[in-house]
Design a protein around this ligand. Structure first.
Ligand SMILES: Cc1cc2nc3c(=O)[nH]c(=O)nc-3n(C[C@H](O)[C@H](O)[C@H](O)COP(=O)(O)OP(=O)(O)OC[C@H]3O[C@@H](n4cnc5c(N)ncnc54)[C@H](O)[C@@H]3O)c2cc1C
Length: 333
């Protein structure tokens, strides 16, 4: 007898495969897995939109296979984005972060209940932010057009030009990360749909660029299906007042169907844009002519809007209505 057979004879090596410990281990692993997927913290995970039904002896999903199917169904549900905005009720959104993009403009990032949620704001519409003024007890509400879109999940970004004496400005400026902001929406008559016009001419002043940005993003996101050509005249006081210039320039560089022209009332040296105010001649040169298939969008300080409406009428466009409608040739946000 050789050496290995000697060891076998002493019982040191099994003579055939031994299942003595395998089946208890398998049972333990199955029981542990079953306990794990039924554990309370799993069901209360914040990323779940709907609670997974607990498995009980009377529950139809008594098999592990069915239970895994339920998990898969729930995962699939989560992929479809849930719109959060409510037009009738103010809802609380936590401030996730804020950052300055110029001396008087800050972007506020507000959180949605779940990371997969979207705000649910059609392109062209806006929201209202509101708070109760502790001094007067009155509700202060102001309109804002988020610069994020429904492609962004779990949050939305509001760009705010902060006025030293502005009621909402002061309220937002004092907010700390984690504070709640009340918002309601969507609001507004403009809902952009691809094909609603062939050319859009835009005139924006200061923070009035935010609704324009939303529509530009919507058009460019649908290229090449959406062939709408966009020309934007964007007016500001100084170079530092231009917000999102890098974003606009990059979009114009990449997309031949979008052009932006800047106008400053106080221009720095070597400025290549226009200097002064937006004029009728500038509109005629830079924006599409008054014809079928052309739409003009306006947003900016009241004085600027009034002048632009007069110029546009003189150039043959329809008179802008006080209460704008989506199909107006000249639409004032
Ligand atoms: C459809 C729509 C969308 C808007 N979207 C945005 C946006 O995305 N981002 C943004 O920053 N703002 C936006 N606004 C403007 C915003 O709603 C507020 O009017 C602005 O933030 C000022 O609010 P406030 O409470 O801070 O100031 P208020 O208390 O209302 O005003 C205080 C003072 O601030 C000055 N002021 C206020 N607004 C202007 C102005 N437009 N031009 C010049 N001076 C002004 C005036 O001196 C005024 O006396 C939008 C407005 C509309 C109608």
């Amino acid at each position: 007898m050789n050496r290995s057979l000697n060891i076998e004879a002493q019982g040191l090596l099994p003579t055939k495969p031994d299942n003595t410990y395998f089946y208890p281990w398998l049972l333990f692993v199955v029981v542990a897995f079953y306990y794990w997927i039924n554990h309370e913290s799993w069901h209360s995970h914040p990323a779940k939109s709907t609670p997974v039904p607990p498995i009980t002896p009377t529950h139809p999903a008594t098999s592990l296979k069915r239970y895994l199917e339920i998990l898969a169904e729930e995962a699939a549900n989560q992929v479809s984005a849930r719109p959060i905005l409510d037009p009738d009720n103010l809802q609380d959104y936590p401030l996730l972060s804020k950052w300055d993009i110029s001396h008087n403009v800050t972007v506020f990032r507000l959180g949605l209940p779940q990371p997969t949620d979207v705000l649910g704001l059609p392109s062209g519409q806006h929201i209202a932010l509101a708070f109760t003024d502790p001094e007067t007890g009155k509700v202060v509400a102001r309109s804002y057009t988020p610069i994020s879109t429904d492609d962004d999940r779990g949050y939305f970004d509001v760009l705010v030009k902060l006025y030293p004496d502005g009621l909402m400005s002061k309220h937002l400026q004092a907010l700390q990360v984690g504070d709640l902001v009340k918002a309601r929406g969507p609001k507004g008559a403009m809902v952009y749909k691809p094909g609603m016009c062939e050319r859009i001419g835009m005139i924006a002043g200061g923070s009035g660029v935010t609704p324009m940005l939303q529509i530009i993003k919507a058009v460019l996101a649908q290229r090449p299906t959406d062939t709408t050509q966009i020309d934007l005249i964007y007016a500001n006081r100084t170079f530092d007042d231009i917000v999102l210039k890098d974003v606009l320039d990059e979009m114009a560089e990449k997309d031949p169907g979008f052009k932006v022209h800047y106008v400053l009332s106080q221009a720095p040296e070597n400025w290549t844009g226009s200097i002064g105010h937006v004029t009728k001649a500038m509109i005629k040169e830079r924006l599409p002519p008054a014809q079928a298939g052309t739409k003009i969008m306006l947003c900016g300080p009241a004085g600027m809007q009034d002048s632009m409406k007069i110029y546009l009428e003189e150039l043959g466009f329809d008179k802008a209505r006080l209460v704008p409608k989506r199909d107006d040739q000249v639409f004032c946000f």
